[in-house]
Every structure is written in C-alpha cells, then in structure tokens.
Design a protein around this ligand. Structure first.
Ligand code: ZN
Length: 462
C-alpha cells in the first residue's frame, strides 16, 4: 500500500489520544479557541521553537533575543493603531445568533473580501451577495448588518475602579514589544545597522470564530523577528529575509510541494510589500507565516506616541534617520499543525495498516525508545534500563517501554514519530557470544532493524 496523508479528524484524534494537544478546560466542557499542550506536545513545541531560535538567532551574528512582557502601557496600542484598526467584520445570524466573520463567509463563496475593508465597503459587498450567503450553523439567510469588532483582549490590570475606562490589553501581537525596546537594545548592545530583534511569546485575540484546531485560536504563540535596516536597503534585505525564512522552513523537512508564496493583494497603507508563506493544510493552502516590508511606520508611530526619538545615528556618515523594518512573523501553533499534517502518514507494514509521523529526528517528541524484549526477565530489564539511562543522559527525551508485545511497542512509537527504537534481547546478554553487548536498532520509516554495538549507539542515532 502506498503512503497516504491524514484527514483533519485523524490528525486531531491522534494529537488528543497520544498527548500532543488537549482542548482547554476539557472537563468543564472546553473553552473555545484555547488549547493545552500535553506531555508530547510540549516536547514537540519546544523542538520547533528551539529550531527557530537556532536559525534566527544562533546561526547569525546580527540578531538579538528579547522577552518582553505580555502587558504593556495601553498607549502602545493607541500609537500602533490597534485600538482603532485591529478589527474583524462581524455579522450575526438573526435566527440562531451565531457570529461569523463576514469576510470569511464571502471568501467561501468565492468573493474577494478581507478584514481590512471598512464597515461601509464590506456591508455593500455583503448586501450584494446576500442571496448566496447562508449561516454556517443553521443555514438561514437572515443577518444583522456587518460591524467591525476590535480583537484586542481587555483586562483590568492595575485598575481598582469598577468602570475600567482605560483597560490594559493582553498583547495582540509580540512585535510591539520589540518596537518599544528598539532604543533599549540600541543603547545597551550598540549594534550597527542592519540588525534584528527576535522574540517568541504568547499573544491574544478576541477571534470571532476560532476554527481549524490550532490554526486560529484566541490564545497563541508567535515567533517574530523585526529587522532594522537603512531605508535604501529595505527591499534588498527583504528579499534576503524571504529566502532565509523559506530555507529555514524547508530545513524542518516540510515537503516543498506543500509550501508556496502568496503575495498580499491589498497592502496596509504603509507597507512596501507583503508575502505569506502558505502551507497546504487539509482544507487547502492557508497562511503559516508572514514576511513583510513595513517601512518606517512602526518606529515613527511610537516616536509620535511616546515623544521619544527612535532613530539611528550613523557616526561614519554623520547622519541620523529612522530605520525601516522588515519582519518575519509566524505562529508556533500554525507551524506545529503544518508539521503534524505533513508528517502524518498511513501505510501498511507486515500486512497491517500503520500510522506514523515522518518527523525530522530533531523535532520528534521522543528521540529514542528503549525496550527489553521481555518484561518478566530481570536480566533483560536491567540491561535495557542501563542502555536507556545512557541515552537519556545524551538526548533527554528518551522513553522506556516494557509493556505489551514488541510489535505493538514499535507501532506506538511510530505513531508519535520516534525515529529509533532500541531493543535489548538475549543476544545482548551474550546468548550468542559474538553478539554480546549489541542491540537491535529499528528505523521508523522502513521498519528495518540492524544489529549494532551498544558502544556505537549514540554516534549512530545522534
Ligand atoms: Zn444561524
């Protein structure tokens, strides 16, 4: 049987069953648009973030890390335009009260619309196509007018009144924390242009209709890098950053045919150019990461809002100017989901259907699993534990399993993407003297086993 991919349902079911992703607050009936990462999910997520940090920060000399707070002075969201412009067009079904995004409903029937359109424009288009639009929940065709709904999540942090007239927001994106620390990084690290600031962190949005599992949630994590450049070098640096990001994503092992660039048709007024890297999710190509050329908008806005100059001084040329910014902005959850979808494989092994995750070894939540051939033979178990402890010291994320027959144990590891399984058997103990202190090493993708000396294991797996 040839290898095939999975449906969204099979991928979500595996994620839940094996401890990658759980719906939030599940025993209380859940909480829309929020997910928890389980014991395997947290390892997988960490590997994804570590890889991003490695390719973004460690493998370059011009990028600094940052971990800014989730709460920031509310004036930041005024200056960035979020309190006014960060909104989605909401429409409500008059029959069942289901709220939907008007732009997505229009897109679903093939009409071009997006969240950047103003209220008047989207209402006009919505009315024009009203005959074809149905409520996704009840199928009826009776809607309120479209109104723009702000996505910022409010809190009462620091407000001890009951009216909360100046709410502190949970950040809607991590990059604002980078912009407002531009001067701090410049003054403390003294970098020359071009240089970048990278950050991984949580962000929050009041999504009207969270959907497609980790794809569009209300709480999510971003990996963003803002790169500060001389204005005249913006577009050349932009092309370089695009190439860098695509290479980094291909380096994760995602199939090239499942990736594509999509140019933004409609740009926000300050942007020079914007492309998304799209992944072919089970529902079709959709945004995974953005690479944008933003001009001097962000620093200029925060200079105006704060009254502080956010400039760069070039002492060789003796000139002072506002750097332009290019950014790469991706969601951990979107990449997590893309990698799961891309790795999910069904084939047939030994006459049985098998599910396995064809993950790059460095990303797998369990790097190596170690088994004693039989559970009830103390000499096998103690030797297997000795091998396991040695491997765990090296990789951390190793697993010991002595439960059930060996074929079942292999299948369980295949299903979570473990690239290698090591089995300690009677030959390891010296039943055949020439095989003493050797083990079998099984490959996840082919199921093939080879005999290898314990002393060679780490170099072979690493
Ligand atoms: Zn309805």
């Amino acid at each position: 049987m040839a290898e095939t991919g999975g449906t969204m349902e099979s991928i979500i079911a595996l994620a839940k069953r094996r401890g990658f992703v759980y719906p939030s607050s599940e025993i209380y009936g859940g909480f829309a648009g929020v997910y928890d990462f389980g014991p395997l999910g947290v390892e997988f997520e960490k590997n994804i973030k570590d890889d991003w940090w490695k390719t973004t920060v460690y493998e370059r000399e011009d990028i600094f890390g940052l971990d800014s707070a989730i709460f920031m002075n509310p004036k930041i969201w005024e200056a960035s335009g979020h309190t006014k412009g960060f909104s989605d067009p909401l429409v409500e079904c008059k029959e069942c009260n289901t709220r939907s995004r008007a732009d997505k409903m229009l897109e679903d029937i093939g009409v071009v619309a997006d969240e950047k359109m103003d209220e008047e424009e989207i209402n006009r288009i919505f009315s024009e196509h009203r005959a074809k639009l149905k409520c996704p929940a009840c199928g009826k065709q009776s809607f309120t007018s479209v109104r723009k709904f702000n996505l910022l999540v409010k809190s009462n942090l620091g407000d001890f009144t009951n009216n909360n007239s100046a709410p502190a927001y949970l950040r809607g994106e991590t990059c604002q924390g980078i912009y407002v620390n531009f001067k701090n990084v410049l003054d403390s690290q003294h970098p020359k242009l071009p240089f970048g600031i990278a950050q991984i962190g949580k962000a929050f949005r009041n999504e009207i209709s969270p959907r497609q599992f980790l794809f569009r949630g209300r709480e999510f994590e971003q990996m963003e890098m803002q790169y500060f450049v001389r204005p005249e070098e913006e577009m050349a640096e932009y092309e370089r950053l695009r190439a860098h990001r695509m290479n980094a994503i291909l380096g994760l092992g995602i199939k090239p045919e499942n990736l594509r660039w999509k140019k933004h048709e409609k740009l926000v007024f300050y942007a020079k150019e914007a492309y998304d890297i799209e992944y072919k999710y089970p529902w079709g190509f959709d945004e995974m990461e953005g690479v944008h050329a933003r001009g001097d908008y962000d620093l200029t806005q925060h200079a105006k809002g704060s009254g502080k100059a956010l400039e760069y001084f070039d002492d060789e040329k003796n000139e002072r100017f506002v750097p332009h910014i290019i950014e790469s902005s991706g969601g951990v959850g979107r990449l997590f989901l893309a990698l799961l979808c891309d790795a999910y494989t069904e084939d047939e092994m030994g006459g049985e259907k098998r599910v396995f995750l064809k993950l790059k070894p460095e990303l797998a939540p369990v790097r190596v699993a170690v088994f004693p051939l039989l559970k009830n033979r103390p000499e096998l178990v103690s030797k297997a534990r000795e091998v396991y402890v040695g491997i765990k010291k090296q990789f951390g994320n190793a697993m010991f399993d002595d439960n059930g027959n060996i074929g079942k144990r292999y299948r369980r590891q295949d299903e979570i993407g473990t690239p290698h399984c090591v089995t300690v058997d009677f030959d390891t103990l010296g039943e055949k003297p020439e095989l003493k202190d050797t083990v079998t090493l099984r490959d996840r993708d082919t199921g093939k086993q080879e005999r290898i000396a314990i002393a060679d294991l780490l170099s072979k797996i690493g």
